[in-house]
Design a protein around this ligand. Structure first.
Ligand code: HAM
Length: 419
């Protein structure tokens, strides 16, 4: 036993109380936002059947699955994402669900990633999905809820952007360049690797998919399109994908977050199930990995064996947003002070301290009662570092008079309390 490390396994995290202050800030904002936008909470087990999670080759996530066999030889895995599980759960009850449904979950996910900044082998993800509607209002609602979550965490609007594109649009443009639809999924997966591998390597992947040099060149030219108007000029104003994107930008303006959205044709997404609008959020300086990502996936329900059903959703990880928040807000963990710390000088004052704690707790106050008699300096030092708003320290005179001082740890104001 002597050689066991105190470190969590590589890529996994422990959360000490000071880490939980940050994590709770993120989780609280997620829940607040999802509830605020009318999403219903659901959950699922972390272990999933490997069959559901196994994918087409080429997708990065397919090589990252933590898979194992249980003692009965079942092939299982820790989920790398929530979406296949959600599709399974919805397919299982499809005839009884009141579509469209809006569901959210905070799911721990596991991926055997190469460890880089912003990428761990375990992370939590807020998932918000709307299933059963083709309306672009769904995309707008999901992005609106994500914006609300970011604002609730204290992230200023100018510190980040949501990059939006559409696989349907890129599909139209690829088709217009003579690249047949059958090749599009592989082209999407290859193009998503841009920035991670060289353009030469991407060209090699495209060549392996059967694209000739002319088609490869056209594909790279398409990635140079840098506005929706430019894309519209290529696709034509009658393009359904362009109309869809314009609708999203107009709805975002009505909802008050159009300034955060930007068209970016380079957003493709690494998962193959997306079919329409896709999006990824980044810090404005592009120093970090994606904060969240998602899009429309109208074929997944049918793919897992359910009835064809349109769907759109997003995954919002806790790791990158935590890094960006610390960068933008500074390292000091924000403290929301509340409740009391109660201390006492000797064991003679202890019963009075216990009685005061019991009374305040019965009044619904949060109380941290000292577990031992302490000198005032020690008690107030610890209370100052705690999350309590008030400190009450009982000495013999307080107990004798039946009145003690209450110190507001933020304003230093002193009031009195009856014992
Ligand atoms: P994803 O882009 O693979 O999408 O992940 C969504 C978010 O999860 C990322 O933007 C990032 O914040 C976080 N994330 C992913 N992998 C890691 C990692 N190894 N370490 C830290 N954070 C990570 C999906 O998972 C889709 N299922 C989202 C979705 C839901 N699409 C529709 N509905």
């Amino acid at each position: 036993m002597s050689n066991i490390s105190f470190e969590a396994p590589r890529g996994m995290r422990d959360f000490y109380p000071e880490d939980m202050v940050w994590r709770n800030r993120i989780f609280d904002a997620w829940r607040t936002a999802a509830e605020h936008f009318g999403f219903q909470n659901y959950d699922a087990c972390v272990v999933e059947s490997l069959e559901l999670l196994q994918r087409k080759s080429g997708e990065e996530v397919s090589e990252q699955i933590y898979a194992f066999e249980d003692k009965s030889g079942r092939k299982l895995a820790l989920r790398p994402e929530m979406t296949p599980t959600l599709a399974r759960m919805v397919a299982a009850k499809q005839s009884r669900l009141p579509f469209p449904i809006k569901w959210y979950a905070t799911a721990q996910c596991f991926r055997y990633e190469r460890m880089t900044r912003g990428r761990k082998r375990e992370h939590y993800q807020l998932n918000m999905d709307i299933i059963g509607s083709q309306d672009v209002l769904c995309e707008a609602e999901i992005l609106g809820a994500a914006v609300y979550a970011m604002r609730t965490m204290g992230m200023p609007d100018e510190a980040w952007r949501i990059h939006v594109s559409s696989r349907a649009l890129l599909g139209e443009l690829l088709a217009a360049s003579g690249i047949p639809e059958a090749q599009h999924p592989a082209v999407f997966i290859a193009l998503d690797k841009r920035g991670k591998i060289s353009d030469e390597e991407i060209a090699a992947l495209l060549r392996a998919e059967g694209l000739d040099e002319g088609a490869i060149e056209k594909t790279f030219t398409l990635l140079g399109v840098n506005s929706l108007d430019e894309a519209a000029a290529l696709a034509g104003e009658n393009s359904p994908a362009i109309a869809n994107l314009r609708d999203l930008f107009a709805t975002a303006a009505q909802m008050g977050y159009a300034d955060i959205l930007m068209f970016d044709i380079a957003v493709i997404r690494g998962l193959s199930y997306y079919t329409g609008i896709v999006f990824e959020a980044f810090d404005a300086q592009r120093k970090f990995r994606a904060i969240f990502g998602g899009g429309r996936y109208d074929s997944l329900l049918a793919l897992v064996g359910g009835q064809p059903t349109p769907a759109v959703g997003m995954g919002f990880g806790d790791v990158v947003v935590g890094e960006v928040l610390r960068e933008v807000l500074g390292d000091a963990a924000p403290v929301q002070r509340s409740g009391y710390c109660i201390g006492y000088m000797t064991d003679a004052e202890r019963p009075a301290a216990i009685a005061l704690a019991a009374r305040l707790r019965a009044e619904n106050e949060r109380v941290d009662l000292s577990l031992l008699a302490q000198k005032p300096k020690h008690f107030f030092g610890k209370a100052g570092n705690s999350a309590a708003q008030f400190a009450v320290y009982l000495g013999p005179d307080d107990v004798a008079s039946g009145v003690a001082q209450v110190k507001d740890l933020q304003t230093r104001e002193i009031t009195k309390i009856q014992l």
